[in-house]
Design a protein around this ligand. Structure first.
Ligand SMILES: [Zn+2]
Length: 343
């Protein structure tokens, strides 16, 4: 509508536009993102980092940049860091970076425009873990939130229980003379599992090379992790003979050369293990909020409007109607839409 000074909508990511500025958060394509737009990247998982290819200025936390650098060979040009807790001004929009609790350096972005406040959560987790602090709700006019596990099917057990079951399974497996192999995401989940075994056992942790660089980014930020990479002499020896656990990515299925002589048992650690898993064991260790966390987080933000950008849209919509007593507006997952007026 002519005359409105604010536009909020989807253009392969969240766009917040005012008379003076355009901010695009977590774009999944840059086709229609103007070079002068400011691009923000919430965290280092690959489905959120496409914006680092933007020609103009892009921003993330320094930890997100470091993890991205560890996983990718190309550096990021025109980069400006924003630390958690900092505010940056993009003309008449002020952006606050807030802890998202999802992985090291993961941020929510709270945008203050002349007319409203918009909170984009990125991927969030609302409980403390061994490597992250819970995301805290922020009051806002508009909340744009993920709902990866926005279905009542996904109510995770207490994290301490999941941790102890993982350690028990690993110890039992080692006692059988079998090597426990955990398949986990290289960034975030892997470092939590390393920390778990460092804290509660003396079992050496061996990781595949892809995890090694991310582990270094974690230690650079002050997180204490101890591990050996599978390609090192010590790592190779332990994998072939010693008691140890091996961490690798979810997609590494075949036997690696290091594991050729060992009997192995495979476990997957993911929230999806609530409904199914591959391999010999599955543990519902998630870096995302579960259904109950999402509902209470949304309530505590007291938003006038709620949009969900991924996951179980219908599940969360039904729950919010019941819990908040009002209809919430939801957009489906990343439909390509022209920017539209929302107010
Ligand atoms: Zn993520």
């Amino acid at each position: 509508m002519a005359g409105k000074a604010e536009r909020i909508g989807w253009l392969n990511g969240l766009v917040v536009g005012t008379r003076e500025a355009t901010v695009v958060i977590d774009p999944q394509s840059l086709d229609r993102v103007p070079d002068h737009a400011r691009v923000l990247v919430s965290h280092a998982h690959a489905d959120h980092t496409y914006g680092f290819r933007h020609k103009g200025v892009k921003q993330s936390t320094p930890e997100t940049r470091d993890i991205h650098d560890a996983l990718n060979s190309l550096g990021i040009g025109k980069f400006e860091q924003v630390k958690l807790g900092d505010r940056v001004a993009v003309d008449d929009i002020e952006i606050e970076a807030l802890n998202a609790g999802h992985m090291l350096g993961s941020a929510q972005f709270l945008a203050h425009t002349p007319l409203s406040t918009i909170l984009y959560t990125g991927d969030i987790n609302c409980i403390d873990t061994l490597t992250t602090k819970a995301a805290e709700p922020q009051e806002c006019d508009m909340l744009v939130i993920e709902a990866t596990y926005g279905s009542p099917t996904y109510r995770f057990p207490r994290r301490e229980q999941v941790y102890s079951e993982m350690v028990e399974w690993a110890l039992y497996t080692i006692n059988q003379g079998i090597l426990p192999v955990f398949h986990v995401y290289a960034a975030g989940k892997a470092q939590e599992v390393v920390r778990l075994f460092n804290l509660y056992t003396r079992i050496p942790v061996i990781v595949s090379p892809r995890l090694d660089g991310v582990n270094r980014a974690y230690t650079k930020s002050g997180q204490p992790l101890e591990w050996k990479v599978s390609t090192s002499h010590e790592g190779r020896e332990l994998l072939q003979k010693g008691p140890c656990i091996y961490l690798t990515t979810p997609s590494q299925n075949g036997s690696t050369a290091e594991l050729a002589n060992r009997r192995i048992a495979r476990a997957y650690a993911t929230g999806w293990a609530m409904s199914y898993w591959r391999g010999d064991a599955g543990f519902p260790l998630s870096s995302h909020a579960d259904f109950d966390q999402l509902v209470s987080y949304i309530k505590d933000c007291k938003p006038k409007h709620v949009y969900v950008f991924t996951g179980f849209v219908d599940g969360i919509r039904r729950a919010l109607s019941a819990a908040l007593g009002k209809e919430t507006k939801l957009v489906p997952s990343f439909l390509q839409r022209t920017i539209t007026e929302q107010y």
